[in-house]
Design a protein around this ligand. Structure first.
Ligand SMILES: [Zn+2]
Length: 323
């Protein structure tokens, strides 16, 4: 099975921000929601490994098609199915009359984006794209409840909403009732539709949306071993004041964090601030190591950082373990 693991930049971005500011309720809430979504998709991907579908199955995660966000798409020669994953607890109501979706949790009613309408939009968008490429395959959709503590009271009418344990059966059934077959050429075209979408490294509006000023973000090199920020440069290495860990390359991952929050361009002043160093020769050496190109004259030079999000894999893993 081929799992296309795209680095989920949303979850990284909000985790980086949340770990570098004083407690902020809005950010905390957003951090929890984004993480819950991410771990829900992760669960779905794990379960899909058990599904007895026609090889070869390809799973795409976090695709954005014409501004429509798609959580997971399962593609086999006999099936294209979009999964809208809800990893939430509570009682869910899909109101067919008002088209509203809400959940009741701890006795409180909480309105939310309607996953049924989101899925309908995603299915339509993808179907149009397939038609344009002359691919003859209906797009199916399922709403997957990834948390066992999420219960549907009022069911959706356009799509099935099923618990994650029933997902493989449902997909197998959809596939066995399919009368279409995609050729290898078709599958390549489908792949092209999803791979063409490019990710923005940084979300320009994130700080604004959460009401955070740049100056509130705490700079400093992060220790990969214990996640704390503020490693000190002592003789040509970074030393963690918290766990004592030494790491010559720690600034590499820390500069990935910078890009997620502020974009890929930086000036030497920015490097000094973000890494907490003052030695201009050190800044110069680091810039040579971490940038892919530079622009402007000597006085106003700015640099484009290399984007290597896998340097944050360990940080992401430790974030996902936290509640
Ligand atoms: Zn440490």
């Amino acid at each position: 099975m081929n799992v296309l693991k795209t680095h989920d930049l949303d979850v990284l971005r909000i985790s980086v921000l949340n770990s570098r500011i004083a407690t902020n309720l809005k950010t905390m809430r957003s951090y929890r929601n984004v993480k819950a979504g991410f771990s829900g998709e992760g669960k779905v991907t794990k379960y899909l490994k058990e599904a007895l579908l026609t090889p070869k199955i390809t799973i795409y995660r976090n695709i954005i098609l014409d501004n429509t966000q798609i959580d997971v798409i399962v593609v086999t020669p006999k099936l294209i199915c979009i999964l809208e994953v809800k990893n939430m607890v509570g009682e869910f109501y899909f109101d067919a009359r008002t088209k509203q979706f809400f959940r009741i949790i701890d006795g409180n009613k909480e309105g939310m984006k309607n996953p049924e309408l989101q899925l309908q939009r995603a299915v339509k968008t993808l179907q149009t794209k397939l038609h344009r490429k002359e691919i003859d395959m209906p797009v199916c959709g399922l709403i997957i409840l990834a948390s066992r503590a999420g219960i549907v009271i009022e069911y959706p009418t356009l799509f099935q909403a099923i618990p994650i344990d029933a997902m493989c059966d449902a997909l197998e059934q959809l596939e066995s009732s399919s009368h279409k077959l995609l050729t290898n050429k078709d599958l390549k075209k489908v792949d092209h539709i999803f791979k063409r979408e490019v990710f923005e490294v940084h979300d320009e509006e994130l700080l604004d949306r959460l009401g955070i000023e740049r100056t509130e973000v705490i700079p400093g090199v992060r220790c990969i071993a214990c996640s704390s920020v503020g490693m000190k440069r002592i003789y040509s290495t970074w030393v963690c004041g918290n766990c004592g860990c030494k790491d010559k390359e720690a600034h590499m991952a820390t500069l990935q964090e910078y890009q997620l929050l502020f974009g890929r361009e930086i000036k030497s002043q920015g490097v000094k601030w973000w890494l907490g160093i003052d030695d201009k020769y050190l800044v110069k050496r680091i810039l040579i190591q971490v940038t892919e190109e530079s622009f402007g004259n000597t006085r106003n030079r700015h640099y484009k950082l290399k984007f290597e999000p896998w340097l944050l894999d360990q940080f992401l893993a430790s974030e996902m373990k936290k509640y």
